[in-house]
Design a protein around this ligand. Structure first.
Ligand code: 5GP
Ligand code: ZN
Length: 119
């Protein structure tokens, strides 16, 4: 989709600070980080949100999830395959949740204490 910001990043039309890439998944640093690690993980193919991708291609959603964990490992957030210090994966769907880009993305957040419940 030529008018989609993240599709344009996949196409190389907009620069991205890429930290992980496979044939179907791209991960890059958020331009406005909310934590020391704040990486966005997306399918290279356009899907508008979590539910749309889950319905259309659950295997691809699995690849996106696997990439999110790989990023967390790479960022030192789960040392030695364990559970520490830890990280959070978030995806926002719709305006009330704060979705601002209509191309499914998982936020991978870590590197500081993360409050719960979220805002
Ligand atoms: P959402 O608000 O949809 O959950 O998340 C969209 C995210 O995309 C936001 O955290 C925002 O900072 C990030 N973002 C918006 N524009 C750009 C951009 O041009 N480059 C990068 N790397 N991130 C962006
Ligand atoms: Zn897109």
């Amino acid at each position: 989709m030529s008018d989609c910001l993240f599709c344009r990043m996949v196409a190389g039309e907009i620069p991205a600070d890429v930290v992980h890439s496979t044939d179907r998944v791209l991960a890059f640093r958020d331009i406005n980080p909310q934590a020391p690690t704040h990486v966005l993980v997306i399918p290279k193919e356009h899907h508008r949100n979590f539910g749309a991708l889950a319905a259309a291609d659950p295997a691809l959603l699995g690849e996106v999830a696997n990439a999110a964990h790989a990023v967390a490992v790479q960022e030192g957030l789960v040392a030695d395959g364990g559970n520490e210090p830890g990280y959070r994966v978030v995806t926002n769907t719709g305006p009330q949740a704060g979705q601002s880009v209509d191309h499914l993305h998982l936020h991978v957040l870590g590197g500081r204490g993360l409050g719960w419940p979220p805002g």
